[in-house]
Design a protein around this ligand. Structure first.
Ligand code: ADP
Length: 245
């Protein structure tokens, strides 16, 4: 048994072949312990999205191993991988990706419906309440603010009680006050519910809510910061941006 929610072992992801090939991730080994919040940062093109996609089973590494809760992803068929993503992983993106014609509660219930399960009303209400939207269950996305929409997206990601929540710039489209609300919620999910969160972000303030910041440069891990404040993270990022390519 391992206490890691996600493990990457010597993960390489290459796009294309021959002279045209790009190594987006170069033998990256990382462990994400259960009940921790990790931010992944780095300059544009450093491999953040590729890391998230490989860790979440949305993309397959060229070589190396990815394990989620002890399940080795490379050994799974596409169908098994789809099931794992549906049952054991939650996602939140910069674009909230809510269905505009559905109410908040219908959007939240969607992952269960897609899995062929009848969404228990009480559970849908429970997760909406958890994100502070108990009173908005019947609202459609257009009737809600950006922050509220992202909280619906968060509730939708939580409905299946995922082992790991992956965020790709989840606060990228929000103003700073609303971002803080969403980040506080994420932090609370780790502290109170023991959830594991892995989040890609450009924003040092967002990253300061994490326990740990993993810094990527050119597809490799350049360093890690633990318990760092926003200013320190911002200063460290500046040194990364200045590295010669
Ligand atoms: P980041 O998220 O840090 O901006 P990415 O993971 O998107 O970085 O990209 C890392 C590298 O891999 C970049 O050089 C990018 O151009 C390349 N890359 C990403 N996706 C593809 C793809 N589908 N085909 C070819 N190259 C890609």
């Amino acid at each position: 048994m391992t206490d890691d929610a996600v493990q990457l072992r010597s993960v390489t992801r290459r796009y294309g072949t021959g002279d045209m090939s790009v190594t987006a991730l170069d033998q990256v080994s990382l462990a994400f312990p259960k009940g921790t919040f990790t931010a992944v940062m780095g300059p544009s093109g450093s491999g953040k999205s590729t890391l998230l996609q490989c860790a979440a089973g949305l993309d397959r590494p060229t070589s190396g191993l990815v394990t989620i809760g002890g399940t080795e992803l490379t050994e799974l068929t596409e169908t098994e991988l789809t099931l794992l993503r549906r049952e054991r992983i939650g996602f939140v993106f910069q674009a909230f990706n809510l269905l505009p014609s559905l109410t908040a509660e219908q959007n939240v219930a969607l992952p269960l419906r897609l899995a062929g399960r009848r969404p228990p009303k009480a559970r849908v209400r429970e997760v909406l309440e958890q994100v502070g939207l108990g009173g908005r269950a019947r609202h459609r996305p257009a009737e809600m603010s950006g922050g509220q929409q992202q909280r619906v997206a968060l509730a939708r990601a939580l409905i299946t009680r995922p082992e790991v929540l992956f965020g790709d710039e989840p606060t990228g489209a929000l103003d700073s006050r609303t971002s803080r609300d969403v980040l506080t919620l994420l932090r609370d999910m780790v502290d109170s519910d023991g959830r594991t969160i892995i989040m890609v972000t450009h924003d040092p303030v967002a990253a300061s809510y994490a326990d740990r910041v993993v810094l990527l440069v050119d597809g490799g891990v350049n360093g890690e910061l633990t318990g760092a404040g926003a200013e320190y993270i911002a200063a460290r990022l500046t040194t990364l941006e200045a590295l010669p390519c």
